[in-house]
Design a protein around this ligand. Sequence first.
Ligand code: 5GP
Ligand code: MG
Length: 182
Amino acid sequence: MHKDVERILLSERTIQQRLDALAQELTDHYRCVGGELTALVLLHGSLLFAADLLRCIPIPLQLECLRVSSYHGGTESSGSVLFPPSWTPSFAERHLLVLDDILDTGRTLHAVCAQLQQLSAPPRTIKTCVLLRKNRPRSKPIDADFVGFDIGDAFVVGYGLDYRERYRNLPYVAVLKPEAIA
Ligand code: 5GP
Ligand code: MG
């Protein structure tokens, strides 16, 4: 275990087992609506989650990435979501699945989904999938359609999630020692 980690919340094995089941849920859903999807991966936090999840989905899919940031280096969501000004994806007629690492205040997913719906040629459907859903009140009226794990309201790192760009490569999801968040 990493020296800065207080406790492991989700082990590598627990995560992989849940991702197998989640991939099956997604496969079943997208087979029902046409057999294809476009995965929109919100960077950087969802990178490891998406890589492992999408490898378990055997139907044709397209992959798109979007860099968003709402924390700007702290441990609380700032509420602002930054989009690249020249981002012009083509999702017309596609079934879009937005993948994010964690649903916390809901501001990120809410802002991303609102922006996607306003595209001149919007996707046919928009669904959301998160690895983690925090048990806390949301600032925005949004829930995820597909969820890996429900967790408490602690700040977590690992498996893609960072604290000041560290700990993303931990293979598990963990809570840091208070002294590591100084
Ligand atoms: P929201 O906009 O829902 O408040 O937060 C979503 C984003 O905030 C996530 O994509 C993630 O980048 C960041 N975030 C929220 N909670 C946590 C957490 O517990 N740990 C880390 N590392 N990032 C978090
Ligand atoms: Mg994120």
